[in-house]
Write a protein that binds this ligand. Sequence first.
Ligand SMILES: *[C@@H]1O[C@H](CO)[C@@H](O)[C@H](O)[C@H]1NC(C)=O
Length: 473
Amino acid sequence: MFLCGWLVMVTLIPVILSVNPGVEVKITDKGIEYGRQLGIAAIQEKLKKIRIPDFSGKQRVSPIGKVQYSLTNIQIVNIGLPIAPIQLVPGSGVKLSINNAFINLRGNWRVKFLRWVKNSGSFEVGMNDLSISESLAVKSDSTGRPEVSTISCAASVGRVRIKFHGGASWLYNLFSKYIEKALKSALQKQICPLVTNAIDDMNPRLKTLNVLANVDKYAEIEYSMVSSPAISSSSIALKLKGQFYNIGQHQEPPFSAPAFSLPPENSNMLYMALSAFTANSAAFVYHKAGVLSIYITDDMIPKRSPIRLTTTTFGTFIPQISKQFPGLMMKLLMKTDKSPVVTFEPDRVTVQVTGTVTAYAIQPNDTLTPLFILNLDTSVSSKVFLSGMKLGVSLTLNKMKLSLQTSYVGQFQVQTLSNSLEFVLKWVVIPVVNVQLGKGYPLPAIRNMELENTKLQILKDYMLIGTDVKFTG
Ligand SMILES: *[C@@H]1O[C@H](CO)[C@@H](O)[C@H](O)[C@H]1NC(C)=O
């Protein structure tokens, strides 16, 4: 019976699909330190909103009798939050401990006694040894955007020192007790809600993560988080999907992201690793969309080139062409026949592109008559560069291999076309492609984020961007 139940349990455990990220972002100690500074500044601003209510009362004091007092217009003059260590809590979140903070306040006092004696003055309060301990969780929300929330907050006020201006010293003793109690309670009640509020205020900004970054009319990149942030004792790692999709109905490619891990570098605030998977998902999307194709006409060939897209030029390599189609202009169609494959090796990005070249003669009535179809196998090197929050790419031709797929003009030696096609690739096709690739692809980013001291390295299976970050506004 027990065994049977156990077997049922085992078969009911769902298969957990783990999704490897295409992009990983690591926030180092240095980045966390910058975050701490921003956080402390935000908390400091919030604490300025502490409101101390007016209070008044009656107190019997011998020998004068009843004394009516009121304390009004109590305002914060100054808040000091010293260096507050931040501590990562592996697996869950972040703990911020503010110790030895102080708040200075100022207010007015007023008393009335013996029916006709009135007196008033001002007072200053220094509250020292203020400590705030805030634990927060860093998670992924339902849309894959980061989200922070308060797990616990505790605040305590230590010493209170009050200095009166005006009035007699016996009065000071009377008020001190009340002021101290009232202020301590008002502060303790307000500090944590305000700190929590400052933490919650980070969310609207975090939610500007471009989980679906638009690229062009064909593609968008999904940068949603595939899991909650991985928090270790020295860094926070965000695993992002990092996948190109066709716009609209997303279609998965026939390959998935392999696992990869970042090097232990930590001299920059942030490390962003973009895997070859991300690049390959782009190649898949553009190939599928049918946009990796180009018609080449003679007007695209540099003017000074002796090679023209005419049956006369091509007739010098394949005499049948000028015999059968004398004096005609030609047109080439180059297109990929499968998704290009991108590989990252240290200091090198290579793209393997295979496709076909179809040559046509343009008849006087504009009909295209196919002459031959070649298989084209090329290897191109890519240079990757950053421009703002975008990644641009520039290609150069490495190698090109031709073979004949179909001829409509009889047998010919394919190699005789090699130089001309290489020329067309180098001087027409690649420059056109580079204009497109140079427009850049958006990196994962949140609003008003700028990169500084950025360096880009190509490593095995991914590229690594090490950078500092600055938020402008
Ligand atoms: C265009 O011209 C070619 C060659 O002269 C001919 O074979 C073809 O039928 C013509 N097509 C049309 C649509 O007129």
